[in-house]
Design a protein around this ligand. Sequence first.
Ligand code: ADP
Length: 214
Amino acid sequence: MAVRLVVFGRQGAGKGTQCKLLAAHYGAPHISTGDMLREAAASGSDFGRQAKEIMDRGELMPDEIMLGIIKERFGAADVVEHGFLLDGFPRTLAQAEALLNQTTIDVAINIEVPEQVVIDRISSRRVCANGHTYAAGDDAIAGGTCPEDGTEVVQRADDTPDAVAARLATYAAQTLPAVHHLDEAGLLVTVDGLGTPEDVSARLVAAIDERLGH
Ligand code: ADP
């Protein structure tokens, strides 16, 4: 069965972690536009370099580019068969309107975490080249490498205090209107994002299943 889910959450709300768990639970492809853009940046292509500059400033990519990326991804066989879990899209009102015009959404989830908590979480976030995420000071990364794959563990270029402040401001100004748009369409469920990842995941699955009528 195909499920079509959208997950919203401020930077540091645990959205990436929860999306991985939810994608596995529902067997739906995890479409993270941030991961797609970071892969492009790592490839060193012209497009990737431009995307990296925008991301490092905490700004958003142009809507037309993101709509093109999503349209192409939606055409892939896995999405046609299993649906999707959208992580990082839509991020503006225009993206939200375009999304609802081109497909049906079953549920949109808003993971709610207070702003001061997310600021603390992001400033201590460390990631490896493959996206495994840790907290600074975690014993597992004391050697500076990822225990999963041995790549170097670093702070994301957009996790510095200035970039984080810019991303939170961008979220409030540009993404909250997208969240409200899905709310007005009757699709939004807000879930408390505090607690262990397992607790939050159980809450999300319960909220989604209730909406799906399971
Ligand atoms: P976070 O939610 O932690 O800021 P993401 O990994 O979702 O990060 O995205 C990282 C960056 O990629 C964003 O700050 C933005 O520059 C860009 N980006 C990702 N998705 C979109 C989108 N749908 N529209 C515009 N820009 C995007």
